[in-house]
Design a protein around this ligand. Structure first.
Ligand code: PEP
Ligand code: CO
Length: 454
């Protein structure tokens, strides 16, 4: 059943290529032992779930569905608790309702969750006062605390990461089976909900939709709601290839799947021609995504598309564009045209976060809400103008009332960043900013033909 172009591929063939962002372990034997243990453990997701998601992505490419992908920049082991997980799931559920209501189409929810534990870094070392240490590379690799022992890569963390991902996913699966009202309810006590309530129009629209959903549920029963309502998928950056390889399994259909997650993506720093990360991704049958940014030339983008999707299969490949609000105006259109000219079937998804990161005047990594919104709305417009189609969004957000991105209706100021900043790496939208962003798409999208073609 192996496709001819994969005859020379194996779960470990990436090891013969150049590995960017490689982690150096002091004790390679301990790494080998951890990987061997991982190989014995059961997969976290099933190949049939993965194939169902691929079918939804294919529908999103056709304009009959929309992909909402979001979550933490870096998920932490400490956040593997009931409150934190249910908040993340509820926020994505509620946002998807709002989105679905106005786009008039189903929305597939995908968390950056249950495995988003490894981070690429632009700077491989961090200096505080006069001390330089290896950068924090995600909980799968080392600890965020700034000390020599904490920053040492520890292979045991691969096994811990697997366990936390498994506990998280187990709890998500039980939440999906729980009362629907609860699943779409934001925490009544949370500051975030209070802020949302203050935006009367936005809150009313969400409540109305939730009521309608509840009524529908009562009349039709949970079964009749069908999978489109309650499905939830996981994704993470396929960065730590030893971890990904250990959880790559051959299914009965003869294809290899990464069964640590439904939807792995390769980030900006590792999406390179002939790289280890692309080599790994090309052989698995999951739907896969690559980030494309201002630094990627068109020729590279086309070549990566052909390597990852030589059969031009619908649903297989997502291009997550992340240019920044300034560069998108000049960079996106030529890429869309090149994809169209080559007849490539891809899903375009917009990540309006990673091209808009800056350092605040008080030295904190932040993003401006207005730049995020601007990039996203431009993305819809540019695709529309070019007879293309934006079928998804990719966000860093949280259900908590953090203050990490500045601006928004409740205008988070640079000074306030110091008061509620808990992200381990990049600044996330708080729940109010996330709702506002989804609402801005809804308002704007009314005029788009491509949104209304179903
Ligand atoms: C990310 O998604 O957290 C990330 C690092 O993105 P990018 O690869 O686009 O910089
Ligand atoms: Co990030």
């Amino acid at each position: 059943m192996t496709k001819p172009h994969l005859a020379d591929w194996a779960p470990d063939s990436w090891q013969h290529k150049t590995v960017s962002q490689q982690i150096q372990y002091a004790n390679p034997k301990a790494l080998e032992q951890a990987i061997e243990k991982l190989r014995q453990l059961p997969p976290l997701v099933s190949s049939s779930e993965v194939e169902t998601l691929k079918a939804h992505i294919a529908e999103a490419q056709a304009g009959n569905n929309f992909i909402l992908q979001g979550g933490d920049c870096a998920e932490s082991f400490a956040d593997c608790n009931a409150d934190s997980i249910s908040q993340k799931v509820r926020v994505l559920m509620s946002l998807s309702l709002l989105l679905s209501q106005n786009l008039k189409k189903p929305v597939t929810r995908i968390g950056r969750i249950a495995g988003q534990y490894a981070k690429p870094r632009s700077q491989l070392t961090e200096t505080q006062n006069d001390t330089s240490l290896p950068s924090y590379r995600g909980d799968l690799v080392n600890h965020i605390h700034f000390s020599e022992s904490a920053r040492l890569p520890d292979p045991e963390r691969l096994l811990q990461g697997y366990s936390y991902a498994s506990l998280t996913l187990n709890y998500i699966r039980s939440l999906l089976e729980s009362d629907i009202q609860e699943l779409f309810q934001l925490d009544q006590e949370s500051q975030a909900l209070q802020a949302l309530k203050a935006n009367g129009e936005l809150h009313k629209s969400l409540e109305q939709f939730r009521d309608a959903m509840q009524l529908f549920h009562q009349f039709n029963g949970k079964q009749a709601l069908g999978k489109n309502v309650l499905e939830f998928y996981t994704s993470h950056e396929a960065l730590h290839l030893h971890y990904e390889q250990a959880l790559t399994r051959r299914a009965n259909n003869g294809h290899w799947y990464n069964l640590s997650t439904h939807y792995p993506w390769v980030g900006m720093r590792t999406a390179k021609k002939d790289s280890a990360h692309i080599e790994y991704l090309r052989g698995i049958a999951n739907p896969v995504a690559i980030k494309v940014g201002p630094g990627m030339d068109i020729e590279t983008m086309l070549s990566l598309c052909k390597t990852l999707n030589p059969d031009n299969e619908v649903g297989r490949l997502t291009l997550i564009q992340r240019f920044g609000h300034q560069a998108i105006g000049s960079k996106l259109e030529p890429m869309i045209k090149a994809v169209q000219d080559a007849g490539l079937k891809v899903l375009w998804s917009c990540d309006p976060m990673h091209g808009n990161t800056r350092v605040s005047s008080n030295g904190i990594k932040t993003r401006d809400y207005q730049n995020i919104e601007s990039e996203l709305l431009q993305a819809f417009e540019i695709h529309d103008k070019n007879s293309s189609h934006l079928g998804g969004i990719h966000l860093e957000l949280t259900g908590e009332a953090v203050m990490e991105c500045v601006g928004g209706t409740y205008n988070v100021t640079e000074k306030e960043l110091e008061s509620a900043y808990t992200t381990l790496v990049d600044p996330r939208l708080n729940v109010t900013q996330a709702f506002e962003l989804i609402d801005s798409i809804n308002k704007k999208s009314i005029s788009y033909d491509n949104i209304h073609q179903i």
